[in-house]
Design a binder for this molecule. Structure first.
Ligand SMILES: Cc1cc2nc3c(=O)[nH]c(=O)nc-3n(C[C@H](O)[C@H](O)[C@H](O)COP(=O)(O)OP(=O)(O)OC[C@H]3O[C@@H](n4cnc5c(N)ncnc54)[C@H](O)[C@@H]3O)c2cc1C
Length: 374
């Protein structure tokens, strides 16, 4: 990289002492092997080995869960501090540890879980003993999630689950699933649902991986054949699971595509262009323009973390912008190096983001409604 423009913009609001502390720690802790694993990442997570090694180092430092409160084992950082850390990791090619436990269900348990649930689940997430997956979508319920039909029948102290989930990412590695099920068979839509925390080794659960065109098995079908699970292992009241799911989705915000991810993708596109000898003045200008758009996205993410605005439309806005920016960056990387396996893998990995965590069309509908369109 020739340093014509700065790819990582230090986030406003994180003070000098904090920045020095982060920089010193990362410079000392990131071995060349860890950086190589970070650079080689094409999907949402780095290799399991690199994730395990880097998680262990971050856990020992108390930084594995940047936004969790210190009382629950997190770093307790502000949004500005978290963004600085993400950018500093991206700048040094740290492995990507994408944990649903840390980013999604952990914060929900902190916000809405019982004291017993916090004691049981939060340390296990931090120690890497629990890996979570999200069981929302079903064969007939995707964009129209509230059409879901997985049955949850109350029997004594347990629910008995019958039905299936579809497209469940990383279910083959998960120890737990948070899911939505229909506990009132006479209900429809968002009524009569329950939000359950289910152990994946319960008898009657079967996971079948789905192989994508690129040969990867990231998502799965999950079948529930009369699975007994304690009714107490839920968040929110029986029948009010929809409320809990909405809360969870507002916590996930921009979800899998963070500012750090965008900066990593831009660094990769820059490398691809340089390695392919395709870096001319036009490409430089193009990449510099994308760097500026990432800065703008970061400012928006920062703003959204500080002010209280309509949660659904904020989530949609962040998800949509991040997805499309990420896709544009990997497209440019591929155009610069069309024969590179790495550029191809990155390009295809980012295409799926149009669909997961709510499709782009559905998010556009939410935004249209937010500004008063009929
Ligand atoms: C890689 C990947 C990982 C995933 N991981 C998970 C996971 O871990 N857990 C989980 O629960 N789910 C997961 N999903 C599922 C994902 O959330 C759904 O695929 C998504 O919500 C779309 O639902 P669908 O596939 O049923 O498509 P449909 O809802 O049938 O949509 C089909 C098409 O119609 C459009 N459409 C639908 N309704 C409207 C509307 N009202 N207005 C305009 N256009 C509309 C959609 O935008 C889309 O283009 C994953 C999906 C993918 C691809």
């Amino acid at each position: 990289m020739d340093g014509t423009f700065e790819l990582s913009t230090p986030s406003a609001g994180a003070d000098d002492a904090f920045r020095r502390c982060v920089d010193t720690f990362l410079d000392a802790s990131l071995t060349e092997a860890l950086r190589a694993a970070g650079r080689a990442t094409t999907g949402l997570k780095s290799s399991p080995e690199a994730c395990a090694d880097w998680s262990r180092i971050l856990r020992a430092q108390g930084w594995l869960a940047p936004s969790w409160p210190v009382t629950h084992g997190g770093a307790g950082w502000t949004t500005a501090q978290r963004l600085y850390f993400e950018n500093a990791c991206a700048e040094r090619d740290a492995p990507i540890v994408q944990s649903s436990g840390i980013r999604t269900i952990g914060p929900l348990i902190i916000a809405e879980g019982s004291a017993a649930q916090k004691a049981r689940y939060l340390p296990a997430i931090l120690e890497g003993r629990h890996e979570w997956c999200q069981g929302f979508s079903e064969p007939q319920a995707g964009s129209d999630l509230s059409a879901l039909t997985l049955r949850a029948e109350l029997d004594g102290d347990d629910f008995v689950l019958t039905g299936s989930k579809l497209w469940t990412s990383f279910a083959q590695y998960a120890t737990h699933m948070f899911l939505l099920a229909r506990c009132n068979p006479h209900s429809s839509g968002g009524d009569g649902l329950v939000f359950l925390l289910v152990e994946m080794d319960r008898p009657g659960i079967e996971v079948r991986p789905i192989r994508f065109l690129d040969g990867e098995c990231e998502t799965n079908e999950v079948f529930f054949n009369g699975v007994r699970t304690p009714a107490a292992d839920r968040i929110g009241a029986i029948g009010e699971g929809w409320k809990t799911a909405k809360r969870l989705m507002s916590i996930a915000r921009s979800n899998n595509t963070t500012t750090g991810q965008l900066r990593r993708a831009l660094r990769a596109a820059w490398r691809e262009s340089a390695d392919a000898g395709a870096m001319d003045a036009g490409s430089r200008r193009h990449l510099a323009g994308l760097a500026q758009r990432i800065d703008e996205f970061e400012a928006l993410e920062h703003h959204a973390g500080r002010v209280s605005i309509d949660e659904a439309s904020t989530t949609s806005l962040l998800k949509l912008i991040a997805t499309e920016l990420h896709q544009l960056i990997t497209q440019i990387g591929l155009e610069a190096a069309p024969d590179s396996d790495f550029a191809q893998a990155k390009y295809f990995a980012t295409r799926a983001a149009t669909i997961y965590s709510g499709t782009s069309e559905v998010h556009r509908n939410i935004l249209a409604r937010a500004i008063g369109c009929p």
